[in-house]
Design a protein around this ligand. Structure first.
Ligand SMILES: [Zn+2]
Length: 173
């Protein structure tokens, strides 16, 4: 699993080191608990602007375009999205500063998204959504509505698994 910092000052060395140590464990824990695979995952730790760079580059590579998105990602604890090889997880460093317990929860949460992206038709649906956001295709209203419901279901499932994070801190300690 590739794990790296992007546009990250030295002040986040502890958080990056923690992610390097914990992300592979979090992935295994989620896989065992869910009985599903996370697939090929890359994990970056970055600032908000850096996260936008990484998401933009991943989306442009997946779609084969130089277009810019119509909607930029909102600031968040982390973002999971498609990459050409599987899933890209970008963790925003600032809201996790000094809070390794929160970092564990975020890792578990995002690996659940990686599992979700690996399921059946999930990837092709997400590509259609990305194409819409990058001005390469339109989504029917019904498809938009169904996708929003799916996003909400995915969020609930990921939030429900965050409790695994407590096992993670014990595994590392
Ligand atoms: Zn989420």
């Amino acid at each position: 699993m590739r794990i790296y910092g992007h546009r990250l000052g030295g002040r986040y060395a502890m958080e990056l080191a923690h992610v390097r140590e914990t992300a592979p464990l979090a992935a295994r824990l989620v896989e065992r608990e869910m009985g599903e695979r996370v697939g090929s995952v890359e994990v970056a730790v970055s600032c908000t602007d850096g996260a936008r760079d990484l998401l933009l580059a991943a989306h442009q590579a997946v779609l084969g375009t130089r277009n810019k998105p119509r909607w930029r990602p909102a600031a968040a604890l982390a973002h999971s999205t498609l990459s050409t090889s599987g899933t890209l997880i970008v963790i925003e460093a600032k809201p996790h500063r000094g809070d390794l317990g929160l970092l564990d929860e975020t890792l578990v949460h995002e690996f659940v998204h990686a599992v979700q992206f690996n399921r059946g038709e999930a990837r092709s649906g997400m590509v259609r959504h990305l194409r819409n956001n990058y001005g390469l295709g339109d989504l029917a209203w019904a498809e938009c509505r169904a996708a929003n419901k799916q996003v909400a279901r995915n969020e609930r499932e990921a939030e429900g698994m965050e409790r695994l994070a407590t096992r993670l801190s014990k595994a590392v300690a």
